[in-house]
Ligand binder design. Structure first.
Ligand code: AMP
Ligand code: MG
Length: 535
């Protein structure tokens, strides 16, 4: 492969060539009708400074690391310099926020630079998040602060390395500007450091990108966006037609189900699953007040705005994804005009998710396949024992892999043999009552028996389990420590975490300080346990 320089990147920008534009080119807030996007330029920034970049994302754009370290790179990905072929724009979309139709939202602080076609012929859209106001900014400033940009940058890449579909992050750049934020919406605004992340994805199209046109009765524009989407991102489905629209909807449902299964596997909570934050490619998109389960608490949400209703808590994510897919079905109905096939695809989502979830759960346990006769009960009881006392989800599954299932008979074993490997997962082990311990031991016995039924050796089981149960996830407190340092001008931890999270399933013994439970000080600290939408 020959590498490109910034100046030789090839842009094809089909999104803007094929889809209707907002004829207005002045940059002021407005309702934009009958258009998929508005032309808008990134706002220039005073002192852009590169904090971090990812060599993997540079690589998919055919850029070398050296290219990313040139002064020009910072100018381009802070929005100060447009490359030949870049035609910046903000897209129009709508969405349901917390269950209510919110009307036009759009890229209020994201500016797309264009789509690169790499040497393998793959399309990658580049988008700056926090690059200034657009016609969709409503009353906000179009900017992003360092803390939320660090979180987006690190988590995008952490997800990728965990094997989870996601938008990517190429760069994290300080702008040199100050941004006012009232982090807790409590009347205490502060000046924070401004930053820009360059996000990269095959497409940033959301459920809400379609919804806005149906809501406004602009069915012809809806159809244009749909046909464009099928031709560019779903070309394997064939030329657009009502049958292909249905096949498309089915694939969106399937990808969404797979995504939520992945999130469930690693304990990720998105935090704001509004329909404008749902990617039609089934990617994790829009990293806001997301979080990772430390202790296994299915009703946990990191989002303070959602603390009361818990609409987007961990174990409701599949249900909410389905709700969002129902909105998408209603959106595409005018192009299909048949309720029944849409309904039956929606119904199959639940089956799809259930099936994927079962498969994932037995993989987490290192078993061959899900056997309903035994595994229904095994998994149900597992999720119950994880909630007896505060139990760290990530550590529990890693330690479970250490349980010796090749022991002789159970009578040879004492309590220590059963419990010892997993003790590390308990936040306050003294809270375990003797009943709890008995219940956990019983479960471990059934588990060992089940492993033996499948005839899997300890070694094979450990290898399998450790390839789906991460040793390292971006715990909320870890991101917060990296942010605290970066706000003081020390970016070392951002790069340290980026490196750590490249190999989330490995032991990385020299980094084991990060493979531990959330420290006690982080329990109630802002950014470590709860987050607001302010970003
Ligand atoms: P989010 O909750 O981040 O998914 O954002 C919801 C909507 O608000 C999207 O249309 C965003 O573009 C917009 N938005 C969020 N923050 C800002 C901001 N600082 N400036 C302008 N628009 C924003
Ligand atoms: Mg969003």
């Amino acid at each position: 492969m020959t590498y490109q320089t910034l100046d030789t990147l090839r842009f094809d920008n089909r999104f803007i060539l094929d889809l209707p534009a907002d004829p207005e080119t002045e940059n002021y807030c407005r309702q934009v009708r009958r258009a998929c996007y508005s032309h808008v330029k990134p706002t220039k920034v005073s002192q852009p400074q590169l904090i971090a970049y990812t060599r993997e994302v540079a690589d998919i754009l055919n850029l070398t690391s050296e290219e990313c370290e040139l002064p020009d790179f910072v100018q381009v990905f802070s929005g100060n310099r447009l490359l030949e072929g870049m035609t910046p724009y903000a897209t129009c979309y709508g969405g349901h926020q917390f269950g209510h139709w919110a009307g036009q939202l759009g890229d209020g602080r994201a500016i797309n630079l264009g789509e690169v076609i790499n040497q393998q012929g793959k399309r990658w859209a580049l988008q700056l998040k926090g690059a200034g106001q657009t016609p969709y900014s409503r009353r906000a400033d179009g900017l992003a602060v360092l803390r939320s940009s660090v979180r987006e940058f690190l988590c995008s890449e952490a997800m990728y390395h965990l094997g989870i579909p996601t938008t990517r992050a190429l760069s994290l750049i300080l702008t040199g500007e100050k941004v006012v934020r009232d982090m807790f919406y409590d009347g205490n605004p502060k000046l924070e450091l401004g930053a820009i992340v360059c996000r990269v994805a095959p497409s940033f199209t959301r459920f809400g990108s379609f919804q806005i046109f149906t809501a406004r009765g602009e069915t012809d524009v809806l159809q244009q966006l749909m046909d464009y989407t099928i031709r560019t991102d779903f070309s394997h489905l064939g030329e657009p037609s009502p049958e292909v629209y249905l096949a498309w909807f089915q694939e969106v449902c399937q990808r969404t189900a797979e995504l939520i299964v992945h999130w469930t596997r690693v304990g990720f909570v998105h935090g704001v699953m509004n329909t404008d934050n749902m990617s039609i490619l089934g990617l994790t998109i829009d990293y806001g007040p997301y979080g990772w389960l430390d202790d296994y608490a299915p009703n946990w949400t990191p989002n303070t705005t959602d603390a009361e209703g818990r609409r987007y808590c961990f174990d409701k994510q599949s249900h909410i994804a389905h709700w969002n897919l129902v909105q998408l079905a209603q959106t595409v109905y005018p192009l299909i005009k048949q309720t029944e096939p849409l309904q039956s695809i929606l119904d199959s989502y639940a089956k799809e998710f259930e099936c994927g979830w079962r498969k994932m759960m037995v993989q987490k346990l290192g078993l061959n396949t899900f056997k309903p006769a035994t595994d229904e009960a095994l998994v149900t009881e597992l999720l119950a024992i994880l909630q007896l006392v505060e139990t760290d989800m990530t550590i529990f599954y890693r330690r479970l892999a250490l349980i010796d299932a090749e022991v002789g008979s159970f009578s040879d074993m004492n309590e220590a043999t059963f419990m010892e490997p997993i003790m590390d997962a308990y936040y306050q082990p003294e809270q375990l009552t003797s009943n709890d311990v008995m219940r956990i031991e019983n479960w471990i016995c059934s588990y060992i028996e089940r492993v033996r039924q499948d005839g899997i050796s300890n070694e094979t089981r450990r290898m399998r389990m450790n390839s789906v149960n991460p040793n390292y996830v971006l715990r909320n407190y870890m991101a917060q420590l990296a942010i605290d340092k970066a706000e003081q001008g020390d970016n070392s931890m951002i790069n340290e975490l980026l490196e750590l999270l490249r190999y989330p399933y490995d032991e990385q013994l020299e980094k084991r300080e990060y493979a531990v439970k959330r420290p006690e000080w982080a329990r109630h600290r802002a950014g470590c346990s709860m987050l607001s939408c302010s970003s």
